[in-house]
Design a protein around this ligand. Structure first.
Ligand SMILES: C[S@@+](CC[C@H](N)C(=O)[O-])C[C@H]1O[C@@H](n2cnc3c(N)ncnc32)[C@H](O)[C@@H]1O
Length: 213
């Protein structure tokens, strides 16, 4: 209450919280950063961090984000090159929201197997009550070689209930929701892979909503 009677304090605290007042959103396996960029533009009072092991697809968008706001620049965006297995310690306890959309390679294997090291790494960057959204798209025919290479289990309801959800629980993530998304829902996700994967396939898109407990 003291701050309200002091105009200078009021101004400072408003400035300090300009871009993070509504939280920090982390997108892991961000790809070309489309989700981060579009979301940051739509929600200027949240701060968005896009993370990917591969920075090549991020070159264009990360340059654009540093331009003047009139030229597409966004002050509430940061891109980081890192693997989910080894997230920077500077991110410890910072994320209010984490997204993983259409993971591939080792990120897909970790999400589908509930890899303990990766779940600990994710849990480490969570602020209290952080929400996590994981959207996994697998087409058993088209992705056959990747499924075999990664030795992925089938994401059946039984597997989710008996194996995956308990692994997430053991890493201190509560499951709020899980299920299958219909194409008309997942194709609305503002990510480049949601666009690429649309149409004509038997892709099963499974989602999990978790909360750090
Ligand atoms: C299919 S793309 C999806 C990109 C984006 N999320 C989208 O929906 O458009 C999967 C991304 O996961 C990244 N990735 C794979 N393994 C990773 C890991 N261990 N750590 C971080 N990113 C990883 C890849 O580099 C790739 O950009």
């Amino acid at each position: 209450m003291a701050a309200q009677s002091d105009n200078s304090t009021k101004k400072n605290s408003a400035n300090l919280s300009l871009h993070t007042a509504e939280g920090v959103v982390v997108d892991i396996g961000t790809g070309d950063g489309r989700f981060v960029y579009q979301s940051a533009r739509a929600n200027p009072s949240k701060f968005y961090i896009g993370i990917d092991a591969n920075t090549k697809p991020l070159e264009k968008i990360s340059m654009k984000a540093t331009r003047k706001p009139s030229k597409g620049g966004l002050p509430n965006v940061l891109f980081i090159q890192a693997a989910v297995e080894n997230l920077p310690e500077e991110l410890n306890e910072t994320a209010d929201e984490i997204h993983i959309h259409f993971p591939w390679g080792s990120l897909l294997r970790a999400a589908v197997s509930g890899d303990e090291t990766v779940l600990q790494s994710l849990r480490r960057i969570c602020a209290p009550e952080c929400l996590i959204e994981i959207v996994i798209g697998i087409d058993e025919e088209r992705d056959k070689s990747e499924i075999e290479r990664l030795d992925l289990p089938k994401l059946s309801t039984k597997y989710l209930e008996n194996v995956l959800i308990p692994s997430y629980r053991a890493a201190r993530f509560e499951i709020l929701e899980s299920g299958i998304l219909v194409a008309s829902d997942w194709s609305k996700l503002e990510t480049s892979w949601a666009r690429k994967l649309q149409g004509g396939s038997n892709r099963q898109v499974t989602y999990l909503i978790l909360q750090a407990s």
